[in-house]
Design a protein around this ligand. Structure first.
Ligand code: GDP
Ligand code: GDP
Ligand code: MG
Length: 329
C-alpha cells in the first residue's frame, strides 16, 4: 500500500472524529502566507516545465529553506526529485508538487504524525481527563486553552480550567475572558499563589463535580530551567494524589512565527516534561509554517492542533494529509 492510500484510510477516520471541530477552509486560509511562499514560488520557478538540473534544484532548495522546512527535510525532498526525475524529460509544476507532497507525507509518517486519528479522544473510563498546558510566555497557551475548552464543550464534555499561571498579574483576567467565551468555569487563586495548589483545587473540584475534562494553564518561565522543572513536577505530584494517571496529556504550545526559537523551546521543554502533544499556534501569521516539518522530525511527538487565528474556533486538529493539501494545492 502506498503512502497516500495508507494516509487516506486514516484521513477518513480523522474526518469522522473531527466532523464537529475541523474546518478545512480555516486550515487553508490559515496557511495562506506559507502556501504563497512555497506553492506560488515553485509554480513560478518551474513555469511550464523545466529540465531537472543543478540550477532548478538550487532554486527549489532555496524556496523550501525560506519556508523553514529545514535542511533535513529539504534534502529528502531534493533526493526524491532526483530519484523521480528520470521519469521526466522536463518536470512540470504539478508533478513536482506531487513529489514534494508525497515526500512530506513520508516524513510525517516516520515522525509519528500519523497516529492522530482523534485528537479529542479521552478515556471515559478514567475521568476527569487531565491536560497540562506548557510553553513559554506569549506563545498562545491561554488562548489555546480557551479554544480547547470550546471544542470539548462542543463535543458535549464538561470542562473545568485551572488558572495555575499565578505569576503574571493579568493572567487570571485573560483566562477568565477565554473561559467565558467557551462557557466553562475557572478555578483560580490570588496572584503569586502556589500553582500546584491551584492544580490541586481544580482537580479536586472536578472530581467532586464529575467534570469530564480538566485543563491546567501554567506560567512558562524558561529562563530558569530547574525552577520550571520543579514547578511542573510539583504540579504533577500534587495532581497524582487525586488521580494517579494525571496529567493524562502534557501539551507543549509553540509559536510558529518564532521559527528556530520554537524548535529550541521544544528541545528545552522535552527535557523537563513528558510532552505528549504539540500545539503549533499563529500559523496564520507566518510564511514560515513549514517549521512544523522539522518539529515533527526532531521530536517525533504528535502535533495535535494548529492555531490559525485569534478567534475561538481557530484551533484546528492537525492531520498531515489535510495540511499538505492545504499547503500545496
Ligand atoms: P500565553 O502567554 O502563552 O498564554 O499566550 P496568549 O494565549 O496570551 O497569547 C499571546 C498572543 O498570541 C495573544 O495576542 C493571542 O491572541 C495570540 N494568538 C494565540 N494563538 C494565535 C493564533 O493561532 N493566531 C494568531 N494570529 N494569534 C494567536
Ligand atoms: P507544600 O509543601 O505546602 O507546597 O505542599 P505540597 O507540595 O504537598 O502541595 C502543594 C499544594 O497543593 C499545597 O499547598 C496545597 O494547596 C495543595 N495540596 C496538596 N496536597 C493536598 C491535600 O492533601 N489536601 C489539600 N486540601 N490540598 C493539598
Ligand atoms: Mg497565558
Amino acid at each position: 500500500m502506498g503512502i497516500l492510500e495508507k494516509f487516506k484510510e486514516k484521513v477518513s477516520s480523522f474526518l469522522k472524529s473531527t466532523s464537529n471541530t475541523l474546518s478545512i477552509d480555516k486550515v487553508k486560509t490559515g496557511l495562506t502566507k506559507t502556501r504563497m511562499n512555497i506553492f506560488d514560488r515553485i509554480k513560478s520557478a518551474i513555469g511550464l516545465g523545466r529540465k531537472v538540473d543543478e540550477q532548478l534544484l538550487n532554486e527549489i532548495e532555496e524556496i523550501l529553506i525560506t519556508a523553514d522546512i529545514g535542511l533535513d527535510a529539504t534534502e529528502k525532498i531534493l533526493n526524491a526529485i532526483k530519484r523521480n526525475s528520470s521519469k521526466f524529460n522536463t518536470l512540470d509544476s504539478d508533478s513536482l508538487l506531487e513529489i514534494i507532497k508525497l515526500e512530506l507525507l513520508n516524513i510525517f509518517e516516520t515522525s509519528s504524525q500519523e497516529i492522530n486519528s482523534n485528537p479529542f479522544e479521552i478515556n471515559t473510563q478514567n475521568l476527569p481527563h487531565t491536560i497540562l498546558v506548557v510553553g513559554v510566555n506569549g506563545v498562545g497557551k491561554t488562548t489555546t486553552i480557551g479554544k480547547l475548552a470550546y471544542n470539548y464543550k462542543k463535543l458535549n464534555y464538561s470542562v473545568l480550567i485551572g488558572a495555575a499561571d499565578t505569576f503574571r498579574a493579568a493572567a487570571n483576567e485573560q483566562l477568565e475572558i477565554w473561559a467565558e467565551r467557551a462557557g466553562v468555569p475557572v478555578i483560580q487563586q490570588r496572584q503569586g499563589a502556589d500553582p500546584a495548589s491551584v492544580a490541586y483545587d481544580t482537580l479536586h473540584s472536578a472530581i467532586a463535580k464529575k467534570i469530564n475534562v480538566v485543563i491546567i494553564d501554567t506560567a512558562g518561565r524558561l529562563h530558569n530551567k530547574s525552577h520550571l522543572m520543579a514547578e511542573l513536577e510539583k504540579i504533577t505530584r500534587v495532581m497524582r494524589k487525586l488521580k494517579p494517571s494525571a496529567p493524562d496529556e502534557v501539551l507543549l504550545v509553540l509559536d510558529a512565527t518564532t521559527g528556530q526559537n520554537a524548535i529550541q523551546q521544544a528541545r528545552e521543554f522535552t527535557k523537563v516534561a513528558p510532552i505528549t502533544g504539540i500545539v503549533l499556534t499563529k500559523l496564520d501569521g507566518t510564511a514560515k509554517g513549514g517549521v512544523i516539518v522539522p518539529i515533527a522530525m526532531e521530536f517525533k511527538i504528535p502535533v495535535k492542533f494548529i492555531g490559525v487565528g485569534e478567534k475561538i474556533d481557530d484551533l484546528q486538529p492537525f492531520n498531515p494529509v489535510i495540511f499538505v493539501d492545504a499547503l500545496l494545492d
